[in-house]
Design a protein around this ligand. Structure first.
Ligand SMILES: NC(=O)c1ccc[n+]([C@@H]2O[C@H](COP(=O)([O-])OP(=O)(O)OC[C@H]3O[C@@H](n4cnc5c(N)ncnc54)[C@H](OP(=O)(O)O)[C@@H]3O)[C@@H](O)[C@H]2O)c1
Length: 317
């Protein structure tokens, strides 16, 4: 693990891929790195990259098959990986996971808290859905807290470790229709910001990464996101891997930080902008409990968006 901690506010993709791979190898080779949510999307891409850099990669998620396939892929390329299927929303499963990790791998050097569950649903559709708030808090907050409580003592005792959190850009300024999801993400981010100064002196760094839109299975239910610019899972993984090397306090796109500042400096226009995004968008058919391929946009914009989607699809072929 790199000893020189950095405290930059911002780590957007800088430097070349070759440099990053070499730096990553220097930092994680022969270290034990746990990646939660490694069965899909950002976590899968991150675990693949860490495994290629020589980390002893511990893969966590509920789905056994994709975890097993990724383990084989990493091992096939000469790396080391181990699959630990677990449901992070189940307290007993997390306790068992911590025990298994300790027994199989000893103390952990890097924990990438990436597993997550997103819900995009307006509050008007949530009055009878308290379980949305319970589900998000269980997976996005309580499970990760349990994992940190289990793995942190080993990091502090050895005076080396790094806890990373894949948070969301929306946590910086709130976003309509994401009350359940963003509140749970904000809770874990807040937990980590509180413990960071307590553990820093013991060589443990804490990094919150405010991820923008990433095109993964998580956002597929909202069709209109397909038309918005976003990162690929590999690009998101690159941000995480760079943070593993540089150990910053937080990683956020400049646009997100500007939005955060604007929300404080000019609350009225910023609130107006958020109200507009709420009025000009809709709940997805999945969030409404319906089966349709309607775009989440006002009726007058739907035809245009549909044409754009078809155009995008044709270009991809
Ligand atoms: N995609 C975006 O635009 C975006 C933006 C900002 C932040 N993020 C954050 O990025 C992280 C990764 O998301 P993604 O986009 O890569 O989505 P994804 O492809 O849906 O991956 C989510 C991962 O979390 C795991 N997971 C979900 N519930 C779990 C549970 N109860 N126990 C254990 N693992 C669980 C899933 O595995 P199983 O289903 O196999 O358990 C899967 O591996 C999330 O924390 C998300 O909040 C995503």
């Amino acid at each position: 693990m790199g000893e020189a901690d950095t405290v930059e506010e911002e780590v957007e993709a800088v430097g070349s891929r070759g440099d990053l791979d070499a730096d990553l190898r220097r930092v994680v080779a022969d270290s034990t790195v746990v990646v939660t949510g490694a069965s899909s999307g950002i976590g899968e891409a991150t675990a693949r990259r860490l495994g290629a850099a020589g980390a002893d990669t511990v893969l966590v998620a509920r789905s056994r098959e994709p975890l097993g396939a990724l383990r084989q892929e990493i091992e096939g390329a000469g790396g080391r990986a181990c699959s630990h299927p677990a449901d992070l929303s189940d307290p007993a499963a997390v306790a068992e996971l911590v025990e298994d990790i300790r027994q199989c791998h000893g103390d952990v050097d890097v924990l990438v808290n990436n597993a997550g569950h997103s819900i995009r649903r307006s509050i008007a559709l949530s009055y009878n859905r308290f379980h949305d708030f319970e589900r998000t808090i269980d997976v996005n907050y309580l499970g990760p807290v349990r994992l940190v409580l289990g793995l942190l003592p080993g990091m502090r005792a050895r005076r080396r470790g790094h806890v990373l959190n894949v948070s969301s850009l929306g946590v910086l300024f709130g976003a309509p229709r994401f009350s359940a999801y963003l509140a749970s993400k904000a809770a874990f981010e807040s937990f980590l910001r509180c413990i960071a100064p307590e553990v820093r002196g013991d060589g443990v760094a804490v990094t919150n990464i405010y991820m923008p839109l990433v095109h993964t299975p998580m956002v597929e239910a909202t069709r209109v996101y397909r038309l918005l610019p976003g990162l690929t899972a590999d690009e998101a993984a690159e941000r995480i891997c760079r943070a593993v090397v540089e150990r910053p306090r937080r990683v956020a796109p400049a646009l997100g930080l500007m939005g955060h500042l604007l929300a404080d400096a000019a609350p009225a226009p910023f609130d107006g902008l958020l109200r507009l995004t709420y009025r000009w968008s809709r709940d997805s058919s999945a969030a409404r409990g319906e089966d349709s391929d309607e775009m989440e946009a006002p009726a007058f914009a739907q035809g245009l968006l549909r044409r754009l989607e078809r155009l995008g699809g044709r270009r991809e072929r």
